[in-house]
Design a protein around this ligand. Structure first.
Ligand code: ZN
Ligand code: ZN
Length: 183
């Protein structure tokens, strides 16, 4: 499967490279390119009352972009703004299950957000986990009851830190079958 990573707004390049490495290591028969275009954060996604961005609106912009790039089977948008989804105070990401586009936010993955010391290694690991999680959703893989599996639902950063950056055997098999069915 050919995956494109799409920068949405301002994002540090080293994070995109870290995500690229994480995805290549995880998914079989997969190449990952960092797309040169940068998608602007759609201002209509900003919710003034909440001071956050509506993840659904940004995701639909990533999807619209992906329809112009048929050479990629999947496009993962990476944004660095605080995003929310209806019914949730915040989300780490969102994806079409299954579908061509996914989105993650780096905003709440940085240790400084939790008043901790900057830690690039931890930050990159979290970004990889969220990227693998959302991309697996686009392959139709749902949430996994195993708390160590990367497909376990993250309610908070503690859940993200507890789980591994790996798919469990069952989730991996589902993802691998979906990828081989893409042809
Ligand atoms: Zn999920
Ligand atoms: Zn699993």
């Amino acid at each position: 499967m050919k995956v494109g990573i799409l920068q949405v707004g301002q994002v540090t390049p080293e994070v995109l490279v870290g995500i690229q490495e994480g995805l290549v290591k995880t998914f079989p028969d997969t190449t990952v390119a960092i797309i040169k275009d940068v998608l602007l954060v759609p201002q209509e996604a900003f919710d003034k009352k909440r001071g956050q961005y509506n993840s659904n609106i940004i995701l639909s912009c990533v999807k619209a972009y992906s329809s112009k790039k048929p050479e990629f089977y999947r496009i993962l948008g990476v944004a660095d703004v605080d995003i929310f989804s209806s019914g949730l105070n915040y989300v780490f990401g969102e994806a079409y299950v299954p579908g061509g586009a996914a989105l993650i936010s780096l905003w709440r993955l940085k240790p400084v957000f939790y008043k901790e010391k900057p830690n690039l290694v931890l930050f990159l690991l979290r970004a990889q986990k969220e990227a693998i999680h959302e991309l697996s959703h686009t392959l139709g893989v749902g949430h996994c009851p195993r708390s160590m599996c990367v497909m376990h639902f993250s309610n908070s950063i503690f859940d993200t830190d507890r789980k591994q950056s790996l798919l469990c055997d069952e989730c991996y098999l589902q993802a691998a079958i979906a990828i081989s069915n893409l042809g």
